[in-house]
Each structure stands twice: as C-alpha cells, then as structure tokens.
Design a protein around this ligand. Structure first.
Ligand code: COA
Length: 262
C-alpha cells in the first residue's frame, strides 16, 4: 500500500512495516502546517491498515530540521498562533499514543520540531553522525510541540533545562549517553540496525504492545497506585488473548511464537 501526499510519503509493506518519510529535503524536511496535516492523516490512515510497526524517517539523509522557519506565518495574531500550536499538538499527542510501536530513524539533523517528533516515538535510533537539539531559544522562542515537557521526561530535568536554555546541537554519542537514543549505528550499518529493530517489533504480540504502551504512558502521569491498577487490569485482559495462549504454548513446546494480534 502507498498513499500519495505532498510533503510526506507513506508506505506499508505486506508484512506490516509502515514507513512515513518526511519529504521536504530542500528545507531539511522542515515541518510546516501542510506536513503536520498530512502526518495526522497518515496516522489516521494507518489505523485502518494491518501494519504492526511504524518507522518515521526523513528524506535524503536528514530527519527534520524543525518547524518551518523559512516562510512567515500567515498571521502573527497571538491567539491565532496559540490555536495553530494547539492543532500541532494533536499530531504529537497522537503519535505518542499511537497503538503501534513507533521507531524514529534519525539521520543527519534532528532539531526543534524534529527532535520533538522523535520524543513521541517509542524507540529512537540514529546514525553516528546525527545532530540533535532544540535550538528554538536561539530564535527567541521555546520548543512548542511538547519539547519543554517530553524532553525532560526522557532525559531528565537537569539535561533538558540545559538543552532547552542553551539551544546547543548534540552529537549522537552524547544523546545516547543521555538516554535519548536507544541505539546508534556504529559498526553495523544504520539500515541493518533499523531492519533489526523493525523485525523485533514485527515478532512481538500487537495487543500486548498496545496495552503495554498505554499502561506505561498513562501510568507515568498517574499516582503509583492508579498505574499499578491499570497494569493489573491490562494484564487480566491480556491473559485472555489468543496471543498470550500462543506465547505461553510456544515457550512450553520450545518453538517460536506466531502472534496474530488476537
Ligand atoms: N525551516 C525552513 N527551512 C530550513 C530549516 C527550517 N527549520 N532548516 C533549514 N532550512 C533550509 C535552509 O533555509 C536552506 O534553504 P536554502 O537552501 O533555500 O537556503 C536549506 O534548508 C539548507 O539549510 P542550510 O542552513 O543551508 O544548511 P546548513 O548545513 O548550513 O545548516 C542547519 C543546517 C540545520 C544547522 C541550519 O539550517 C539551521 O540551523 N536550521 C534551523 C534549525 C532550527 O532552528 N530549528 C528549529 C526551528 S523552530
């Protein structure tokens, strides 16, 4: 399956790999309003597909150099700007709570809104020469697509404050040491690393992945007691799935499970 968009490309292979490619290479895949709308549409479209993992990446060796600052906004009225950022927020919220596992495949520049998109993904991998940061402060503004909140939850308050207030660029090794990147393409090529991560997710049980993601994300924002209750409820549901039956049987009979998402 392949859907035509102007600023992104969406492709889903028969075995369930969905790839969304940010496709504005002339501006290092900067995120404009059209791209945000198309990304939202792609996430909606993917809900109808039988995809099992979503990869987000950028065209021509860069992930995304942030919100599009090449063109002036149509309006500078403060209330209109606030509405615009609320609309953008929908995209980032939906990506974060997307029911499939999501992988940010980061090459080259991953700045500002690009870094904030990556923050919403479950797994972040990068090439060794990737450059990551939230430089908005150098423009007189602040990260406005969840960066002030999600980045600190991922890398810790101390590092996030330093990153956001100084607006520096960081290399992949540093962001790996911060816990932002899960793996960095080193000896193995980046595409091999990406393929391995995608294949791990394809082999996992989809319903358990969806529930685990919800419980972890919702539980993190809740009192411990409420989070533990969510965990117990989700576990009860999952033990009733065919996938759990398959996983337990495969373990007992020493074979590889085949999960069908049921
Ligand atoms: N929005 C719109 N266009 C952007 C962009 C952005 N966020 N980032 C880069 N571009 C465009 C440049 O204007 C340039 O276009 P041009 O060829 O028509 O002049 C093209 O992408 C290549 O960028 P350039 O600056 O020439 O490349 P570089 O290798 O010298 O520098 C960066 C790359 C990423 C360091 C630099 O482009 C940059 O700092 N971009 C802004 C990053 C940022 O502040 N993001 C947060 C936005 S809120």
């Amino acid at each position: 399956m392949s859907t035509e968009y102007e600023t992104i490309e969406l492709a889903v292979s028969d075995d369930g790999r969905a790839t969304v490619t940010l496709d504005r290479p002339d501006s290092l895949n900067a995120l404009d309003d059209r791209m945000a709308e198309e990304l939202l549409d792609a996430l909606e479209t993917l809900r109808e597909e039988s995809a099992r993992v979503l990869v987000l990446r950028g065209r021509d060796g860069n992930f995304c150099a942030g919100a599009d600052i090449g063109t002036s906004p149509e309006t500078t009225a403060p209330h209109e700007q606030t509405r615009r950022f609320r609309r953008l927020r929908r995209l980032f919220d939906r990506l974060e709570s997307f029911p499939l596992p999501t992988v940010a495949a980061i090459e080259g520049y991953c700045l500002g809104g690009g870094c904030e998109l990556a923050c919403c993904c479950d797994t972040r991998i990068a090439t060794a020469d990737a450059t990551i940061g939230v430089p908005e402060i150098t423009l007189g503004v602040i990260p406005a697509c969840g960066g002030t909140q999600r980045l600190s939850r991922l890398v810790g308050l101390s590092r996030a404050r330093d990153m956001i207030l100084r607006g520096k660029h960081y290399d992949a090794a540093t962001m790996h040491s911060y816990g932002f990147l899960h793996e960095v393409g080193g000896d193995r090529s980046f595409e091999v690393l990406l393929k391995d991560v995608v294949e791990e997710y394809l082999a996992r049980p989809p319903v358990a992945i969806e529930f685990a993601k919800r419980v972890v994300n919702k539980g993190y924002e809740s009192p411990l007691d409420a989070g533990l209750e969510m965990e117990a409820l989700a576990t009860g549901v999952l033990f009733g799935t065919e996938d759990a039956e398959e996983g337990l049987d495969a373990f007992r009979t020493n074979r590889t499970p085949e999960f069908r998402g049921e």
